[in-house]
Design a protein around this ligand. Sequence first.
Ligand code: UDP
Ligand code: MG
Length: 332
Amino acid sequence: MPSIVYLVIPCYNEEEVLPETARRLTEQLSSMQAQGLAAPESRMLFVDDGSRDATWALIESLSRENPFVRGLKLAHNRGHQNALLAGLMEARLHADCAISLDADLQDDVSVLPQFLEKFREGCDVVYGVRNRRDTDTAFKRVTAQGFYKFMHMLGVDVVYNHADYRLMSRRALDALSEYREVNLFLRGIVPLIGYRSDYVYYDRHERFAGESKYPLKKMISFALDGITSFSVRPLRLISRLGIFVSMASILGLLYALISHFMGQTVAGWTAIICSIWLLGGIQLLCVGVVGGYVGKIYSEVKARPRYRIEEKAGFPLDSAAPSSGQQEEKRV
Ligand code: UDP
Ligand code: MG
C-alpha cells in the first residue's frame, strides 16, 4: 500500500523560486505515485512564514491550479523552525509521513524515493545527510564543522551534516508534538525521539534563484539557540570555574597575609587593581551566561503559542478553520 506523503516547505519571501519549486515537486510526486511509493492523496504543503512579498498570493493561486498544492499562512514571520513545525503539525493530521525541505530546492529532490523506501522498511525518521560541502563558502564550511564538533563536546546528539531535510512518520510527528519548547532547534529534538532511524545521502546544490534568508546574524543566533536549548554544560563549567577561582583566591590571600606579616606591603596597588578587574570580568561573564538560561526558562514558562495560522488554502471546507500552535487536544 503506498503511503500518504506530505512535503512540508517553509517559505519566507520566496516568490522567485516558488513556481519552479512547485513544478519540480509536482513532477517528483507524480513519479513517486507512478512507482507506487506515494498515495494519490499525497500533497506538498507550503508554509508562508509571514512573507512580505507575493509568496502567499502565489501559494493561493498554485493551490487553485495544482491539486497537489496546499498552503498555510502564518500571521507573522516566526522563523524557519517555527514555520516548519507549523507545517509538520498540520501534515500529521493528514499524512502517514512528512518530508521537510527548503523552498529553494538546494536539497536534491531526486532522493525523495529513497526516503520513502526507508520509511517502508520501517524507519520512523530518515535524515538527509549532505555528502560534501563544496557548494558552501569556506567560511560556512569551517563554522559549520566547528559547530557540530562543539555540540558533540557539549554532549548534544546532532546528526553531522544534516540540516532539516528529513522524513518523519506520523508516530514520530506525534512524539514531536509533545516537545513544548519555544526555542525550537528541531535538529536537536528529533534525535531525542528515539524511534528507528536511517540516513539518505545527497548532494546539495546552489540556490537556483533568490537570496539566502539565513544571513550570518540569524545563523549565529540559531547556533546559540541550539547550544543553550540543549546543553547545561556551560552552567557546570561556570561552577568549576567558580571553584577554581575561589581556590586561587585563597592562595592569593595566604600570599598577601604572609607578605603583610613579613612587612613587605608597600607596593601592591597594581596587583589589587588587576584582581578587581579580573574578578569583576569573570563574574560579569558568568552572570551573563546564567542570564541566558534564565531568559530561556522565562520564555518556556510563558508557553506562548509558537505560531498562529491565519489562513489556509486548498483544503476541503471542513478542515479550513484556522488554528493556533497551542495543542488543545491534550487538555482534559
Ligand atoms: N525560511 C523561513 N523563515 C525564515 C527564514 C527562512 O521559512 O525566517 C525558509 C526559507 O524560505 C527556505 C528555508 O527556510 O525555504 C531555508 O532558508 P534559506 O534557503 O534561505 O537558508 P540557507 O539554505 O541559505 O541556509
Ligand atoms: Mg537554502
